[in-house]
Design a protein around this ligand. Structure first.
Ligand code: XMP
Length: 511
């Protein structure tokens, strides 16, 4: 059976699994993720050119540690990373033991040969990122060592025929500078993949054709959020079905300054058939007196769905619901485990007895890929590059009760912060920047007069995927400008503070 030109990544619980999948796609090869405990038929049906087994927090020595049926992986090239290396050693008859201490962070390895290192420009010493405790002590029979760490620990091995490879370090992270060369060697030399995942007009035309065939003469409805995912989904669907796509944009009154207006202008310039619903008053009424973050989120989410449904009925119903689901949503909702930290909301949960079919044209794409498709479809650059914005909007950035006056204060302060970041040319380097308004007043003094004013927090983070984040070291001059401008231009505010917490332990949003 001819294999499909793609790589399957088996997730053993690593925080880097999605990053591996993205790195593979950056090299032009389609990749997909399945959990190690997915049904065997599902893994077999993937039929990839190669399999990468991810890292993970467990030890292969644990009783119920992640593993795979050997017959599923017996005739396909394999790359085990970190936990994946230990699992391969264990499965093929080698020995894994608990190391004396964990090895974590930047390290150097001595390359001793092997197919994975042939594209590293002949470097014999490589800088890598390590994060492990267990060690492979004895190789399976017929395998050879390809790299060792400076302490002498095994850092890589391969089978005699070079089709089973393993690395103790993480080639997918940026701290392993030769990481993409190593992954390239696996994809192209070991697996024989070709780089055909280009996401150009060809992919777009195919997707348009698929939507056309699926929808036939039916009608499609879509809730636009002002974000990139729903917008790109709508534009590609509009190309397929024209004005049989009905879009609804519910403005819950918790958008940023002038955002509702700007977003509508963009939608119109993209020829989307969109209805604007001003629901500010309904949302604020429903949120009166509510301060508890999860209740706020729940009220906003539920009311959003109710209004969307009312509007959908008023345009005469529909056969299809279009959603801007992207690949990380699919992967993250595919596995149980892990408690709810915050109840995220986009269009919200779908009713079980939904009569409409579901259209999700972007469900195989990562965010950066959605942006590429959007650009090719003519979505303006400034819109595509916007920082992520949560579904409940300023509702989760205005702590305490949500009142129009306080939301307006927050909108003004936030607009100043973003304007200054743009003026310093830093907007595109930052994952997300925004202001939050605290439920705290403090004493100040202006022109010999005592004030008792509001407190604004500045938050700017860098991140790859919002799972973890680091606070951005903004220039003092920028911070100074922002603080002065906010206090001068937003008279209710007399104090501006800076959030210097990473995620973990904080989250990016304040609620
Ligand atoms: P946290 O605060 O959980 O946020 O660190 C991680 C990323 O998710 C965004 N976020 C949301 N996005 N609906 C969304 O569409 C939500 O309810 C929601 N809550 C948080 C947040 O802005 C950050 O980028």
């Amino acid at each position: 059976m001819k294999r499909e030109n793609k790589i399957l990544i088996i997730d053993c619980g690593s925080q880097y699994t999605q990053l591996i999948a993205r790195r593979v796609r950056e090299l032009g090869v389609y990749s997909e993720i399945l959990f190690w405990d997915s049904p065997s038929e599902k893994i077999a049906a993937s039929n990839p050119m190669g399999i990468i087994i991810s890292g993970g927090p467990r030890s292969v020595l644990d009783k119920d540690a992640p593993s795979l049926p050997k017959e599923l992986i017996s005739d396909v090239p394999l790359l085990g990373i970190c936990y994946g290396m230990q699992l391969l050693a264990h499965m093929f008859g080698g020995t894994v033991e608990r190391g004396e201490k964990a090895e974590y962070g930047r390290a150097f390895v001595d390359v001793q040969g092997g197919r994975l290192f042939t594209r590293c420009g002949g470097d014999k010493k490589l800088e890598v990122w390590m994060s492990h405790w267990d060690e492979v002590k004895k190789l399976p029979e017929g395998f050879r060592v390809t790299a060792r760490s400076e302490s002498g620990a095994m850092a890589g091995f391969e089978s005699e025929d070079g089709r089973v490879c393993a690395l103790q370090f993480h080639p997918e992270v940026a701290h392993t500078p030769r990481g993409q060369d190593i992954l390239s060697a696996f994809l192209f030399d070991v697996c024989g993949c070709s780089a055909d995942w280009t996401l150009g007009m060809e992919w777009i035309e195919q997707e348009i054709e698929k939507i056309r065939t699926k929808v036939g003469g039916g009608r499609v409805i879509c809730g636009l959020s002002g974000g990139v995912d729903s917008t790109v989904s709508a534009v590609i669907t509009q190309r397929a079905v024209g004005d049989r796509l009905y879009c609804i944009f519910v403005d819950h009154g918790m958008m940023r300054k002038d955002e509702g207006k700007q977003v509508m202008e963009t939608y119109r310039s993209l020829n989307l058939n969109v209805r604007y619903v001003d629901a500010e008053a309904r949302f604020l009424k429903a949120l009166e007196g509510v301060t508890e973050p999860e209740r706020k989120r729940k009220i906003i989410g539920e009311l959003f769905i109710r209004i969307f449904e009312e509007e959908a009925r008023s345009v005469g119903g529909s056969d299809w619901l279009l959603q801007g689901t992207i690949y990380p949503d699919v992967v993250e909702s595919g596995h149980s485990g892990g408690g709810v930290i915050k109840s995220h909301h986009n269009v919200g949960g779908l009713p079980k007895d939904m009569k409409m079919g579901l259209l999700e044209p972007l469900r195989d794409l990562f965010k950066d890929e959605v942006r590429r498709v959007g650009a090719a479809l003519g979505v303006p650059k400034h819109f595509i590059g916007r920082h992520p914005f949560p579904g409940p909007g300023l509702g989760v950035r205005c702590l305490g009760e949500l009142k129009k006056e306080r939301l307006d204060i927050l909108r003004e302060a936030d607009a100043i912060f973003i304007e200054e970041i743009r003026r310093f040319g830093l907007y595109d380097d930052i994952w997300q920047a925004f202001c939050a308004l605290l439920p705290v007043r403090s004493v100040g003094v202006v022109g010999d007069v005592r004030t008792y004013g509001e407190t604004v927090v500045l938050r700017a983070v860098s991140s790859l995927d919002a799972m973890t984040a680091e606070w951005v070291r903004l220039p003092y001059e920028l911070l100074d400008n922002v603080s002065r401008r906010i206090c001068n231009e937003v008279p209710q505010v007399n104090r501006v503070v800076l959030d210097i917490t990473g995620k973990p332990p904080a989250t990016i949003e304040w609620e």
